[in-house]
Ligand binder design. Structure first.
Ligand SMILES: *[C@@H]1O[C@H](CO)[C@@H](O)[C@H](O)[C@H]1NC(C)=O
Ligand SMILES: *[C@@H]1O[C@H](CO)[C@@H](O)[C@H](O)[C@H]1NC(C)=O
Ligand SMILES: *[C@@H]1O[C@H](CO)[C@@H](O)[C@H](O)[C@H]1NC(C)=O
Ligand SMILES: *[C@@H]1O[C@H](CO)[C@@H](O)[C@H](O)[C@H]1NC(C)=O
Ligand SMILES: *[C@@H]1O[C@H](CO)[C@@H](O)[C@H](O)[C@H]1NC(C)=O
Ligand SMILES: *[C@@H]1O[C@H](CO)[C@@H](O)[C@H](O)[C@H]1NC(C)=O
Ligand SMILES: *[C@@H]1O[C@H](CO)[C@@H](O)[C@H](O)[C@H]1NC(C)=O
Ligand SMILES: *[C@@H]1O[C@H](CO)[C@@H](O)[C@H](O)[C@H]1NC(C)=O
Length: 521
């Protein structure tokens, strides 16, 4: 309650004070340019944004970003993290503030403030922050021979976002944030996981979607997928793929149709969605071209390609290095056109070139298990993020919500089960329900979209028709858990035409009961 009073005091003080100084919200905002004095931090620009507008953005990521949540105070600043690295950041500080701090994460190897997420947080009255994760743009080139830039990316950018963000909030609103939250997906999901592991005091609650956890093995798996489809050309110098192993995009609809034929009914409803891809024992042999037929079918080599894609990567010791590609996820457009496309997967290519081998040119022809071993050995910036020791976060009362689309074409959702099991085993807690909940989202692609109702307030795509209720909104569900001790049993997704679907928390499964999908043990 205290923080709501502080907000009222701030909003009502739109008059001149006894000394004739302008104490309006816009004047208090603009004054930050001179008054803000935070460690290692330089204020670059301050603007008061009174109404919805498009604002320009720094760096090479986007040229404009919409603000739909006005009025707010926008502060652009840079935090020096070492003498050779810096994190550029922004604060969007809404006039109507509910006393909460929200840090947002990044995507890919970026490098880009997630303005969609920042605006989303501000629209829900969080003082919301975003950073460039220590470098500008989506390329990994800034990592080359810059270990401190790698450290920012691997763990430090979110930490300084939390430390400086909290100080900035206190400087602006006059009171500290009552609670601190984090929201991110993909790389952002890894950053949230890393925050809970390395800086357990930074956040009271974390939403970490589709985490790029076990990062070294994820890079290795993505590289192996390129290897399986015979795509060895560097992403920035593409050559037409001529490998017999390659499967052209035009063949994927046929492959998806066969996968659905074999597995769509497993969850009880034939609707184009495989709710539990780990139950799908897809046999690609059915697609082999019969004698004298060559169109709309696969060669024996291509059948083997599919077998490789849909098998886990196993190390020489027989242990799983990374789970398999989820059957059904190949139907997402990012599968044939990106991760299973005709050039070596760009994120792995950049990490291999600029971080592991420290060169600008590298031959990806023989990418294999030895490369994965080297990724592990270098573990640049301690980026692995595959560690079950979350007791410090649990013991400080932290709450962790994670979700993963079961049709995710870029990061296997099975890995999120694997992370759950690692934490469970490490902490000797058969159920993590007390502080950590994983929601698997049937039909959803990478972080959002896909098939069926997959909008639940994750803030990752503009215009998601989020519902302002904790039952339907994972960020508000987190707030309810942290502030009212009400943990979400389910999350309800919304979609077109007022459709909804209930998402189950792991290890419960989503099964059709003849009327609707229900969660069963
Ligand atoms: C940050 O680093 C830059 C470049 O090295 C330097 O000019 C600036 O003074 C530093 N700012 C702070 C606040 O330390
Ligand atoms: C922002 O720019 C887009 C594209 O130019 C335009 O459609 C939209 O109306 C603008 N929004 C505002 C609030 O000005
Ligand atoms: C400021 O930077 C120095 C290193 O340059 C670091 O040791 C210190 O922790 C930083 N302070 C904050 C608040 O990040
Ligand atoms: C969401 O609902 C709460 C009341 O439950 C209200 O205070 C808040 O303004 C609403 N937020 C938005 C963005 O509509
Ligand atoms: C395939 O084509 C060859 C050559 O035309 C022919 O001899 C053979 O009978 C055909 N096989 C089938 C199964 O049609
Ligand atoms: C590349 O640099 C990293 C440090 O950033 C180092 O760990 C790695 O061994 C270097 N690789 C080679 C091949 O020298
Ligand atoms: C929504 O309903 C309209 C009208 O029935 C239909 O044309 C459209 O395809 C539906 N959208 C989805 C995503 O189901
Ligand atoms: C399926 O579950 C829903 C929600 O629990 C319930 O209302 C409905 O009666 C169930 N249908 C059947 C056929 O069991």
């Amino acid at each position: 309650m205290l923080y709501r009073l502080a907000f009222l005091a701030a909003a009502l003080a739109q008059t001149l004070d006894a000394l004739g100084q302008d104490t309006s919200t816009s004047a208090r905002c603009l004054a930050l340019q001179q008054t803000l004095q935070l460690e290692n931090t330089t204020v670059l620009d301050v603007a008061y944004i009174p109404a919805p507008t498009n604002v320009s953005t720094p760096g090479s990521c986007q040229s404009t970003a919409p603000v739909t949540s006005a009025p707010l105070c926008r502060v652009q600043f840079v935090i020096n993290t070492t003498s050779t690295s810096a994190v550029h950041a922004e604060a969007w500080l809404p006039d109507t503030w509910f006393g909460r701090f929200l840090a947002t994460g990044n995507g890919g190897l970026g490098g880009c403030i997630d303005y969609t997420a920042v605006d989303y947080g501000a629209s829900l009255h969080f003082a919301t922050f975003g950073t460039d994760n220590g470098h500008d743009g989506m390329s990994g080139l800034p990592f080359l021979n810059h270990p401190e830039v790698i450290n920012d990316f691997a763990f430090r950018a979110i930490h300084v976002e939390a430390v400086i963000g909290k100080q900035l909030i206190e400087a602006y609103y006059g009171v500290p944030a009552a609670k601190s939250y984090y929201l991110g997906c993909s790389t952002g999901g890894r950053q949230g996981t890393q925050a809970a592991l390395k800086f357990p005091q930074d956040f009271d609650g974390i939403v970490a979607g589709a985490p790029a956890a076990d990062f070294n093995h994820l890079m290795g798996w993505s590289g192996m997928l390129s290897h399986f489809v015979g795509a060895t050309a560097p992403p920035d110098a593409p050559v037409p793929d001529t490998s017999p192993k390659f499967i052209p995009a035009a063949l994927y609809p046929m492959i998806s149709a066969e996968i659905l034929r074999q597995c769509d009914a497993l969850d009880g409803l034939v609707d184009g969605i495989i709710s539990e891809p780990d139950d799908c024992d897809f046999n690609p042999q059915a697609l082999l071209c019969p004698e004298n037929k060559s169109d709309n079918c696969l060669t024996a080599v291509q059948v083997q390609t599919l077998k490789n894609i849909f098998s886990p990567i196993i190390g020489e010791d027989g242990k799983v290095i990374y789970p398999r590609y989820s059957p059904g996820a190949e139907g997402d457009p990012a599968a044939p056109n990106f991760i299973l496309g005709g050039t070596f997967f760009p994120f792995t290519a950049d990490w291999e070139r600029y971080v592991i081998h420290n060169v600008t040119k590298l031959d990806f022809t023989n990418f294999g298990l030895a490369d994965i071993a080297l990724l592990d050995k270098v573990n640049a910036g301690g980026i692995s993020t595959f560690d079950g020791h979350m007791s410090a976060f649990r013991d400080r009362g932290g709450k962790f919500l994670t979700y993963h689309g079961r049709r995710d074409p870029l990061i296997s959702s099975t890995n999120s089960k694997r992370v759950y099991e690692l934490i469970s085993k490490t902490l000797e807690m058969p159920s993590l329900d007390d502080f950590y909940r994983l929601f698997l989202i049937p039909g959803m692609g990478h972080c959002s979209g896909g098939l069926g109702p997959t909008a639940f307030g994750q803030g990752t795509a503009p215009g998601l028709n989020f519902v302002n209720a904790s039952s339907h909104n994972i960020l508000l569900a987190l707030v309810d858990w942290v502030e009212n001790d009400v943990a979400p049993a389910t999350i309800i997704g919304s979609g077109a035409n007022d459709t909804e679907r209930t998402f189950c928390r792991f290890p419960m499964q989503s099964v059709y009961n003849g009327t609707t999908f229900v969660c069963v043990e």
